[in-house]
Design a protein around this ligand. Structure first.
Ligand SMILES: Cc1cc2nc3c(=O)[nH]c(=O)nc-3n(C[C@H](O)[C@H](O)[C@H](O)COP(=O)(O)O)c2cc1C
Length: 390
C-alpha cells in the first residue's frame, strides 16, 4: 500500500525520498518532520558531519496547503557538505574536476566498499560508500515522519530509547511515560531512560574515543496505541513480525532484530515467557499484564505496544584502521579513514522508529484502505465498533 524509496549520495547535492500510497488529507506538519530530522542528528559519539548539516526537508510534490493530496510525496533534504564535494562528485564529467576526485582504493572492512567495487567493477569504492553511507537514513526519517503523521491520526505514536551501548546495558524495562520523557529531552546524550546507566554508557563512548575504537549497542522502538489486527498470519510475507524485522535489519549497521523479549525467550521456559490474557470491561478490550511477545502474535498485532529492537554492530571505520588490500595494487595497506561517528545507537533508534512507522502505516492502510483520511477513518471507526461489540 505504502511504498517508499530514497536516492542521493552522502556528499551529493541532496537526499531525496519518494513516498506513494498516503491517503489525501493527512495534515503535514513540517515542524514535526524537521524535528525528527534533528533527533536523528543527536547523540553522544557522533562525528563532525553533524556539525555541518542542519537537516530540513522540503516537499517538491504531493503536499498542498498543509495536507497530502493523494499524489506521491517527493522530499528533498539538502546536503550542506556538498559545497566541499562539488568537484570530487561532480555530476558532469568536466575536465577541470578530474584531478579533484577523491578515490578510495583501500576498502574498509565492514563496509560495502569491497563487495560493491567487485559488483560494479569500480577500482575506486567512492561511489559505493557514498550511497551505502547511513546519511541515507535522513531520507528514511523524513519519509517515516509522514508515516508517523498518518499513524498519529489513529492514536498511534512511535518512539525509541537506547537499552545498550557497548558493554553497558539497561537492566530493567522502561515505561511508555519514561520513553516519552527521555525523547522529549533533546539534551539527553544517549536517550537512555535511566540517568545512572546513561552516565556509564557515556563513559563507554569516552573510553572508545580515547582508544581509537568504536561501539555498537541496542535500540528499542516502541509503537504505542496500535490497534489489534494489523498484519496477518495467513502468508509468510504478510506476517508483521517478519516485515518489521526486515525493515529494521535494513538499517545500516543493524545486524540483528528482535521482537519483544525474543532473544531472552529463546533461553527461557514456556511458563516464563507467555503473556496471560485478561478482559478489561471498562476499555472493552482484551489486555495483557505483561508484553513479552512485543505486541505481535502469529504476525498480527494484539493490541499491546509493538516492541522492536535493533542490534547495531560497532561502527566499522576506526581511527586505528584494520588491514586491507588495495583495489588497484592488491598490496596490503591500512583501510582508509573517513571522518566517522564512534557511536550511533540513538540515531539508529530514530531510523528504527521511521522504518517501524512505515511498516505499521502500510499495515494500517492494508487493513483500513481509503483514498482520503476521512475514508480511512470511517473504516477504522467501524472496526473499533466491531471490537467494542466483540
Ligand atoms: C545513524 C548511523 C550513522 C552511521 N555512521 C557511520 C559512520 O560515521 N562511520 C561508519 O563507519 N559507519 C557508520 N554507520 C554504519 C555504516 O553505514 C554501515 O556499517 C555500512 O554502511 C555497512 O553496512 P552494514 O553494516 O549494514 O553491513 C552508521 C550507521 C547508522 C545507523
Amino acid at each position: 500500500m505504502l511504498k517508499f524509496v530514497t536516492a542521493g549520495e552522502s556528499h551529493g547535492q541532496a537526499l531525496v525520498a519518494w513516498i506513494s500510497g498516503l491517503p489525501a488529507g493527512v495534515p503535514v506538519d513540517f515542524g514535526f518532520i524537521n524535528g525528527e530530522l534533528h533527533r536523528r542528528q543527536l547523540g553522544y559519539g557522533r562525528g563532525g558531519r553533524q556539525k555541518i548539516e542542519k537537516d530540513h526537508a522540503e516537499a517538491l510534490g504531493g503536499v498542498r496547503h498543509g495536507h497530502t493530496i493523494g499524489a506521491p510525496v517527493a522530499l528533498r533534504i539538502e546536503n550542506r557538505d556538498w559545497s566541499n564535494w562539488e568537484h570530487a562528485l561532480a555530476v558532469e564529467d568536466r575536465p577541470e574536476d578530474r584531478d579533484q576526485r577523491r578515490p578510495l582504493t583501500a576498502p574498509r572492512p565492514g563496509h560495502a566498499d569491497l563487495a560493491g567495487a567487485l559488483k560494479f567493477g569500480f577500482h575506486d569504492a567512492r561511489y559505493i560508500l557514498e550511497r551505502a553511507s547511513a546519511r541515507e537514513t535522513a531520507a528514511r526519517v523524513a519519509a517515516g515522519a509522514f508515516a508517523k503523521l498518518l499513524l498519529r491520526e489513529f492514536g498511534c505514536d512511535i518512539l525509541s530509547h537506547v537499552i545498550a551501548v557497548g558493554h553497558i546495558r539497561l537492566e530493567r524495562a522502561a515505561t511508555w511515560a519514561e520513553i516519552q520523557a527521555v525523547c522529549a529531552n533533546l539534551d539527553s546524550p544517549l536517550r537512555c531512560v535511566d540517568p545512572e546507566t546513561e552516565l556509564r554508557m557515556k563513559q563507554e563512548v569516552d573510553h572508545v574515543l580515547r582508544a581509537g575504537d568504536s561501539v555498537g549497542g541496542i535500540f528499542e522502538v516502541v509503537a504505542h496505541g496500535v490497534p489489534p489486527g494489523l498484519g496477518s498470519h495467513a502468508q509468510w510475507d504478510t506476517k508483521l513480525d517478519g516485515r518489521l524485522a526486515r525493515a529494521v535489519m535494513s538499517i545500516q549497521a543493524v545486524k540483528a532484530a528482535e521482537i519483544g523479549a525474543g532473544v531472552a525467550a529463546a533461553m527461557s521456559y514456556g511458563s516464563e515467557v507467555g503473556d496471560e490474557i485478561q478482559y478489561d470491561a471498562a476499555k472493552r478490550r482484551f489486555v495483557r499484564p505483561t508484553n513479552r511477545a512485543g505486541g505481535l502474535e502469529g504476525g498480527i498485532t494484539n493490541g499491546e505496544d509493538v516492541v522492536v529492537r535493533g542490534y547495531l554492530k560497532p561502527i566499522s571505520t576506526l581511527r586505528r584502521p584494520l588491514g586491507t588490500a588495495d583495489l588497484v595494487s592488491k598490496q596490503p595497506i591500512q583501510a582508509a579513514y573517513e571522518r566517522s561517528d564512534v557511536c550511533v545507537v540513538p540515531a539508529g533508534g530514530v531510523a528504527g522508529e521511521a522504518m517501524t512507522a512505515l511498516i505499521l502505516a502500510d499495515a494500517l492502510l492494508e487493513k483500513f484502505g481509503g483514498d482520503s483520511l476521512a475514508e480511512t477513518r470511517r473504516n477504522f471507526d467501524g472496526y473499533s465498533r466491531q471490537l467494542d461489540e466483540f
